[in-house]
Ligand binder design. Sequence first.
Ligand code: HEM
Length: 383
Amino acid sequence: MSLFGEEYTADPHPALAELREAGPVHRVTSAAGVPFWMVTRWDEARQVLTDPSLSKRQPVDQLPASLRPALATQMLLRDPPDHTRLRRLVSAAFTPRRTRELTPAIERITDRLLDELGAAPEPDLIAGFAVPLPFEVICELLGVPPRERAPLRAWSDTIIVGGPAPADMVAAMSGMVTYFGDLLARKRADPEDDLLGALLTMADEGDRLSGDELVGMALLLLIAGHETTANLIGNAVHLLCRMPARPDRPTAAVVEEVLRMASPAATSTYRVTTRPLTLGTVTIPAGEQVLVSLLAANRDPERFTDPDTFDPDRGDGGHLAFGHGIHFCLGAPLARLEAGIALDRLFARHPDLEAAVPPEDLRWRSGLLMHGLAALPVRLGRP
Ligand code: HEM
């Protein structure tokens, strides 16, 4: 079975199970004809995510010159020691306390979106709830004023929602780079108590983020935290709607099991081998691109008992939905907080919520990197 056809998009698990059984790593050619290696087993996935000989650096020379400085400095595309420095600086500002303090804002945004959702007879839970919620939350975190969010949302959608033409993608990226450059200049003149304000005013033993690094970080946080969290909320509602009864378990445990079974980031981002790398019986030469299938690793029967069964009580953690090692997701606590509030409030208000179309008619987003629904029409039931 192909990893790029409609059948795979609708349900990637059968093809991934076949690959995983056949071996820990496979040479694949992308739809665009680019070869890479895909890792499908949990042990080898952890090995790849922690091996310091794999590099995250990707060439940016094909990007327009105006975008290069901000994009090239993003920490998801850097190796130590640059990555270590960027991660240390942003972690000092994006603290657990700052995440916790977003709780009232997340509750307020959730309730407003639920008010709006209730106005339609069969609303689309993705467009009306799962996508706008994380977007608004990241804007709160970064300190993007509400009246300036509409263009940012349009650019963000262009980048993440629908396989746009390369020119649209560059225009959207340029729009964001210009916008954040301007927002940061205003905040520099008049610092505020938000994440960008904190990053601007920090002095870490004389070190701080440069202007390009700040713009790159703002872009990374917006993009990394938006579609992934939308997929988590959508996948959770989808799985819960398919169960005969909602699990009588704490929401946090349900969210963890959704992360494992329907991993919102289907794969890691690319890594490149800098020397030959042996995974099981396969040796990948130096200079090759490697992608970890988080979806496949998280259902590896060698690691998880009955991996295709939804069991919020398995309690053994160990899923790789947020990655592993030095690039482990910086926003994992925020994503968990948001998903918990979203699900609690959605089902408290609409306990009879159900999917309005059968699972086989649902549309999923295409592409190898993300696993999420393009639309999820629901009947909310009586409030
Ligand atoms: C990194 C998944 C939400 C910010 C990652 C990685 C994964 C991931 C798999 C590692 C990629 C790799 O090693 O190649 C997810 C999922 C999310 C989520 C599944 C939601 C359910 C968020 C949020 C934010 C965020 C809400 C920010 C507010 C980041 C950043 C990195 C990252 C900055 C790069 C970290 C580094 O390079 O050190 N995420 N993410 N993510 N994520 Fe998330």
